[in-house]
Design a protein. Structure first.
Length: 128
């Protein structure tokens, strides 16, 4: 696997359909939260909020596109605890109190989840 140094390198390596999906979600994230800083983490686009990684893409060729909500490396997660954010959206699969996954099965799914996803992101970033 290639180790990406820049977002552009990452984007250039994606097939056309995944590139379109990733670009759509990148725009959605940065348009609704311009205070985020985008960089490469875990070999994928990731977003810093107040200096800490909080949102990271997980992109695989044949799998749905996933957005990982997390607290970076500064907070220990509890896999048996309830999520630290009040989430009634139904689009987040919570893996622990500080880590959740939102999956997108294509452009239509991104569009269908757009409003809920931006609401979840707002609540997620407001949680410290």
């Amino acid at each position: 696997m290639k180790a990406y140094k820049t977002i552009q390198e990452f984007m250039d390596d994606l097939d056309k359909s995944k590139r379109t999906e990733v670009q759509m979600l990148r725009r959605l994230i940065t348009d609704t939260h311009p205070e985020l800083t985008e960089h490469i983490k875990w070999n994928s686009p990731s977003y810093l909020y107040e200096g800490e990684d909080r949102i990271t893409f997980n992109v695989r060729d044949k799998s749905p596109l996933m957005i990982i909500l997390h607290m970076g490396a500064t907070r220990t997660e509890d896999r048996t605890a309830a999520p630290i954010v009040n989430d009634t959206s139904g689009i987040v699969e919570w893996k622990s109190d500080t880590r959740g996954v939102v999956s997108f099965a294509g452009l239509d799914d991104i569009e269908n989840k757009r409003k809920l996803f931006t609401e979840v992101l707002g609540r997620w970033l407001a949680t410290t």
